[in-house]
Design a protein around this ligand. Structure first.
Ligand SMILES: Cc1cc2nc3c(=O)[nH]c(=O)nc-3n(C[C@H](O)[C@H](O)[C@H](O)COP(=O)(O)OP(=O)(O)OC[C@H]3O[C@@H](n4cnc5c(N)ncnc54)[C@H](O)[C@@H]3O)c2cc1C
Ligand code: FES
Length: 265
């Protein structure tokens, strides 16, 4: 059940170039959040911007809700200025998260897609569930000096054993996350129960195609502009396979890749 609550900013630190880790006191949302779900957040206590912005749940620590975000425009720039003690309005958790009942899933994160997948990995680890994880970034720099667990010190996803790729070759495989995924699928004795992915649209399209070719179940977390976050405005419509639309905030953001019309997204 989603909650609307005033959330106190506990911390809001830069953890990479234009990337911040926000910690909010939001016990009701934190208690209910599942990996892949998101919150709508008013990024400033003032009237501007009017619309809340959607952010994936990156983690929970007791009553604390963690959000990992990149500054891309006005709203996220304002959010980066939020200081401890400030109250922001948040509602959530919203949407459909990742299905956790998957035998040995393969996780694929691109860019800020790391935000929900780190939470997913954490929940899988709590269940002692086996999984493989892959990430792709523009550059090693994106990862530098942040630790999504403690929010302190330098940390690299390699420490978790994730297979890495970077577009500039500065970290892991030189190229996209889909290459180490495909290499691993070639080598893996038994296929993963499903591939669970979040990242930029071209990456999700590529992952969906790889899975379709191999007959693998695939869950993708799709981003779309969201005005309301609760199914009312239809601003987040995603073309559905077979016609019609899926609302990213209600039927998603995590969707079965086979339900999406990838030629029209
Ligand atoms: C379900 C969901 C979960 C999300 N989780 C995260 C997260 O965990 N961390 C994070 O950093 N971001 C996340 N986003 C994206 C985030 O909501 C946007 O970056 C944010 O709303 C931008 O607000 P702004 O006012 O700063 O930018 P705007 O001024 O609104 O836009 C600035 C630029 O960013 C582009 N932009 C805006 N929204 C998006 C989007 N959804 N996807 C791609 N480009 C966009 C615009 O086209 C424009 O070019 C998520 C989006 C969705 C739908
Ligand atoms: S954001 Fe309004 S219907 Fe999805």
């Amino acid at each position: 059940m989603s909650q609307r609550q005033s959330a106190k900013v506990l911390d809001n630190q830069p953890v990479g170039p234009s990337v911040y880790l926000l910690s909010l006191e939001a016990p009701a949302i934190a208690a209910a959040a599942r990996p892949g779900q998101f919150v709508m957040l008013r990024v400033s206590p003032g009237p501007e911007p009017l619309l809340a912005r959607p952010f994936s749940v990156h983690g929970v620590r007791g009553g604390k809700l963690l959000i990992l975000y990149q500054v891309v425009g006005k709203g996220t720039e304002l959010l980066s200025r939020a200081r401890p003690g400030q109250e922001l309005l948040a509602w959530g958790p919203l949407g459909r998260g990742f299905g956790l009942e998957v035998e040995r899933p393969a996780l694929v994160a691109g860019g800020m897609g790391v935000a929900p997948l780190a939470f997913l990995a954490e929940r899988l680890e709590e269940r002692s569930a086996a999984f493989e994880a892959f990430y792709g970034l523009a550059s090693r720099e994106t990862l530098t000096a942040w630790d999504p667990v403690s929010g302190e010190g330098a940390f690299y996803l390699e420490d978790w054993g994730w297979h890495g790729a970077s577009e500039d070759g500065s970290q892991g495989h030189h190229g996209l996350a889909t290459q180490p995924l495909e290499d691993w699928l070639e080598r893996a004795g038994s296929p993963p129960g499903a591939v669970l992915a979040c990242g930029p649209l071209p990456m999700l399209k590529a992952v969906a195609a790889i899975c379709a070719k191999r007959g693998l179940p695939c869950q993708v977390s799709l981003e779309a502009p969201m005005a309301c976050g609760v199914g009312a405005c239809l601003g987040c419509a995603i073309p559905a396979a077979g016609g019609g639309y899926l609302r990213a905030c209600q039927e998603g953001p995590v969707m079965d890749a086979s339900t999406v019309d990838w030629d029209k997204v």
